[in-house]
Design a protein around this ligand. Structure first.
Ligand code: NAD
Length: 356
């Protein structure tokens, strides 16, 4: 392990980072456990052709830390973890996943895995043959299935809390909403928005995704990805990539609310969070807003009930209201307010544990 990696682990405060290698299957995985104060570390397994070992480690460390705060702010009894596998989808087969499942199992439940980029519910089924510490299994095998509808629903519910703050009403009727990224989450979000009477615009760099969305929802209007920043909207919902809120986009963006599901939307958290305040834009912190999928898979650990999950996801509304109020009262960015809320819960639990 390089000094760079070890310094990062110390700086970000990880509890444990595990490197896994299996010559027979070609498996190379990094499991990062950031914080287990609130419970076992849950986070997906990402399969990606990283350019370097350091790049893969950095991703695992950064993503696992994000999971700690997402679980904490969502009131879950879970810590934050994430695994990355250096490889590509052509390597996937039963043996590959079973070997990986054995590594996950060797951690004795301290880390619970789930699906992420390039991994799916079928992969989780193979992992489940070797360990019970896996969520995101298909519905037919007792799992919670695709988390995207819950992520989209949580995003929609949080958007209404933002609308209330901006316009004094939850109603999204006739509001112009730009959904950037008509993928798994974006398409479900479009459905909720249309049902609420919003005027929905989509953009995506993938024409198949555009077609799928338009076929499903004939009322959506398509905007070319390159033109998105030239149009005025009430709400911008980033549901594609991270870092879309940056110096360039902020110099052009014309909207009153930003509320979307993409992870790590602010390119530089404090700088761009402050710029949003200066521009009078209400921002819904991504890790608070997009926790619906995590809330859904986490329910698999106990007794899974879709209605209970839906109610739990709806609590994003109140959490976002609290976050926006805290930000206003303390003159801090919404992102900072959300981080404070998450860190406070972890600190309170540490204090409680120290008194036992
Ligand atoms: P996805 O891959 O299904 O969809 C993303 C879409 O964005 C794709 O259609 C892609 O073509 C499009 N896209 C990429 N670059 C773009 C660009 N520059 N302009 C416009 N469109 C672009 O992913 P998803 O599962 O829908 O997730 C969307 C975002 O939400 C991701 O950032 C993801 O990390 C985050 N997220 C997803 C979940 C979940 O439950 N799926 C949970 C939490 C967070």
């Amino acid at each position: 392990m390089s000094n760079f990696t070890f310094n990062q682990i110390q700086e970000l405060g990880h509890e444990q980072v595990v490197y896994c290698h299996d010559a027979a299957t070609g498996l190379n995985a990094i499991i990062a456990i950031h914080d287990t104060t609130l419970g076992p570390a849950l986070g997906g397994t990402r399969l990606w052709q990283y350019d370097s070992f350091d790049a893969a480690t950095t991703d695992a460390l950064r993503l696992s830390r994000g999971m700690t705060y997402k679980a904490a702010i969502s009131g879950l009894h879970l810590g934050g973890g994430k695994a990355v596998i250096i490889g590509n989808p052509s390597m996937k087969n039963e043996m590959y996943w079973r070997r990986y499942g054995k590594f996950v199992n060797s951690l004795g439940g301290k880390y619970i895995t789930a699906e992420d980029v390039n991994t799916n519910t079928a992969d989780m089924e193979f992992i489940n043959l070797e360990t019970e510490h896996v969520t995101g299994k298909p519905e037919y095998s007792g799992g919670s299935g695709d988390p995207s509808p819950f992520t989209a629903y949580g995003t929609f519910v949080g958007m209404k809390a933002c609308a209330n703050k901006a316009w004094g009403s939850d109603s999204l009727e006739n509001k112009k909403v730009m959904v950037q990224g008509a993928g798994s989450v974006g398409q479900y979000l479009v459905g909720h928005l249309l049902n609420a009477g919003a005027k929905v615009f989509i953009c995506d760099i993938n024409q198949d995704r555009i077609k799928q969305t338009v076929d499903k929802h004939s009322k959506v209007e398509v905007v070319a990805a390159a033109d998105m920043l030239n149009v005025t909207f009430d709400i911008y919902a980033p549901c594609a990539l991270g870092a879309t809120i940056n110096d360039d986009s902020l110099s052009k963006l014309k909207c009153q609310i930003i509320a979307g599901a993409a992870n790590n939307q602010l390119e530089v958290e404090e700088t761009h969070g402050r710029k949003l305040i200066e521009k009078g834009i209400i921002y819904a912190p991504d890790f608070l807003l997009n926790a619906g999928g995590l809330i859904n898979v986490s329910a698999e650990i106990g007794y899974y009930n879709k209605d209970l999950v839906t109610s739990a996801v709806e609590k994003i509304y109140g959490r976002l209201q609290d976050c926006l109020s805290l930000a206003e009262a303390e003159n801090i960015t919404a992102q900072e307010a959300a981080m404070r809320m998450a860190k406070k819960r972890i600190a309170d639990m540490k204090e409680l544990k120290s008194r036992r």
